[in-house]
Write a protein that binds this ligand. Structure first.
Ligand SMILES: Nc1ncnc2c1ncn2[C@@H]1O[C@H](COP(=O)(O)OP(=O)(O)O)[C@@H](O)[C@H]1O
Ligand SMILES: [Mg+2]
Length: 509
């Protein structure tokens, strides 16, 4: 007799079904776990034995072998406690094997039999559904997350004893019913109406939000760069349900879903400090987890004090910025995590911060200013579509009580521009493109055609600004967004001219 319970591993962002086989073998009483388990899985033995006994059930005094298959998949973490415990209970004859037919089981056990939170439940549920499982037993706290996958019966499990009672038919657990309560945003952004002046910066942020373009703001301390960046989430377009699920999956695997937020409906806004580690930013670690650039997927990655992040860290962002995914290599093959973020960076123009300031003189040696700005390499700057100077706002404007346009009004225009993009990319090969910034060379050719006048403007700009081929494509994509905001089908010269204005200018002469 052999007991078999199905569970799930998470590799990168994908679930992989794991068969938990439990059987007796000859020898002294013990529990042996085989099939590439890590240390946390090995510790499962103690937790399972104690939890089964504490649930008032019989733990067989035999040698028990637990085999986790397929053997090639590395089993990480404590999520196999609950399926192993069930396997033992079935093996000892307390439950029939049929009780767990078509069923996926995940959950960590505490010694008293309470089923604890497990990370990655959303991708596991998606895999369960895809592989034809009908039911899933998950820790109670994770039920709302699993229930995001339609067509799967999700049972919230409080304790091992409750699960036993349910499967033996004596006290049933109700399947989880998702609630439709509104979801709180991560944080409440500053409203644009409270930011005085800075009209051209606001316009640039509107363009950035409309097309998903990267932005660099340069200005002296106190000019309002951080304030402006933190206002951006308030004008970002809504996420589609597919985008929401993509983002939520990353948070599920990173174990960063905020309590009470099974589904992330608001675009992420991540603002890591410049002292963050390499793995913290791009992902990695012993059990590879998504980093900040993946947690910012479909949202904003705000890097304040940009040059302080260090050259090495900034250079590793180049590839993900191009590919929209990050690849993490490890001993057993490599993993990829989505990382399609919108970069918003802010920096001072020089170490003292006042180079080019209208009021305070810069005290840096000229060579130091150059060195400071060189910390951001050309190829990285090239990948930033929108470069804006943020000047100090004069006292009259700052002290005036005239309110600017509200975030809500700006957001409506951004949303209209996104609706145009959604329609544009709704079929054919462009289906995976979400916004203008995502366009590849093929889409640029198809959707960013210039008329004669635009072409001659572009030709002149190419030589005057010595644009690289990459920069050329980026200007076209940006011009496309500006035309979309204006509701124009054709990219006109005015749109192109505005896009060219956002190219990096040499800050030092
Ligand atoms: N345009 C503005 N309108 C209203 N308040 C502003 C503006 N610019 C700056 N401030 C005020 O100055 C503070 C400092 O701005 P901050 O964004 O931190 O500057 P920076 O990041 O450029 O050093 C803000 O918290 C805000 O109170
Ligand atoms: Mg700041």
């Amino acid at each position: 007799m052999l007991a078999r319970v199905y569970s799930c591993a998470v590799i990168g962002l994908e679930g992989v079904i794991v068969e938990v086989e439990v059987d007796f073998s000859n020898g002294l009483p013990a529990v042996i776990i085989v099939g590439l388990p890590d240390a946390a899985v090995q510790e499962s033995r103690e937790r399972v034995q104690t939890a089964v006994k504490n649930a008032g059930l019989h733990f067989p005094r035999h040698r028990i072998v637990v085999n986790l298959a397929p053997a090639a998949v590395r089993k990480e973490g404590p999520a196999y406690d609950l399926p192993i415990a069930l396997g033992v209970i079935i093996l000892s004859g307390s439950l029939p094997q049929e009780a767990v037919e078509n069923t996926l089981v995940v959950g960590e056990l505490s010694l008293d039999g309470v089923v604890r939170h497990t990370r990655g439940v959303l991708p596991m549920a998606a895999t369960a559904r895809a592989k034809g499982f009908r039911r899933m037993f998950v820790p109670e706290v994770d039920a709302p997350e699993a229930a995001l996958i339609p067509g799967l019966e999700v049972y919230p499990v409080k304790t091992l004893a409750d699960l036993y009672d349910h499967l033996s038919g004596c006290r049933l657990i109700e399947p989880f019913q998702p609630s439709s309560d509104p979801i709180e945003p991560f944080f409440v952004p500053t409203d644009f109406s409270e930011i005085k002046g800075q009209e051209h910066v606001k316009r640039a942020l509107e363009v950035a939000a409309a097309g998903g373009h990267n932005v660099l703001m340069v200005g002296s301390p106190g000019a309002g760069k951080t304030l402006l960046a933190r206002a951006l989430p308030g004008i970002l377009p809504e996420m589609s349900i597919e985008e929401s699920l993509d983002v939520t999956r990353i948070y599920s695997v990173a174990d960063q879903l905020p309590p009470g937020t099974p589904l992330i409906r608001h675009r992420p806004f991540r603002a890591p400090h410049h002292t963050i580690s390499h793995a913290g930013l791009v992902g990695g670690g012993n059990i590879p987890k998504p980093g900040e650039i993946s947690l910012a997927h479909r949202g904003v990655l705000f890097l304040d004090e940009f040059p302080e992040f260090g050259t090495r860290v900034l250079e590793v962002m180049r590839q993900p910025m191009e590919d929209k995914v990050v690849t993490i290599s490890r001993a057993k093959g490599s993993l990829t995590f989505s990382a399609n973020f919108q970069l918003v960076a802010a920096m001072n123009p020089c170490p003292c911060g006042f180079y080019g300031d209208s009021q305070k003189p810069c005290t840096c040696a000229h060579a130091l200013v150059t060195k400071y700005q060189k910390r951001i390499s050309g190829p990285l700057l090239d990948r930033i579509d929108i470069h804006i100077e943020v000047p100090r706002v004069d006292y009259e404007k700052l002290s005036g009580d005239r309110l600017g346009e509200s975030s809500e009004a700006i957001r409506a225009r951004v949303q209209a521009a996104r609706d145009i993009q959604n329609k544009r990319f709704s079929n054919g090969e462009a289906k995976d493109v979400v916004c203008n910034a995502d366009m590849r060379v093929g889409e640029v050719r198809q959707f960013c055609k210039l008329q004669d006048e635009g072409q001659s403007l572009m030709r002149a700009a190419m030589t005057q600004l010595s644009l690289s081929a990459r920069a050329y494509h980026r200007v076209l994509k940006l011009a496309r967004t500006i035309a979309d905001l204006a509701g124009c089908e054709e990219i006109q010269s005015v749109h192109l001219a505005e896009a060219l204005q956002y190219r990096p200018k040499l800050m030092i002469g």
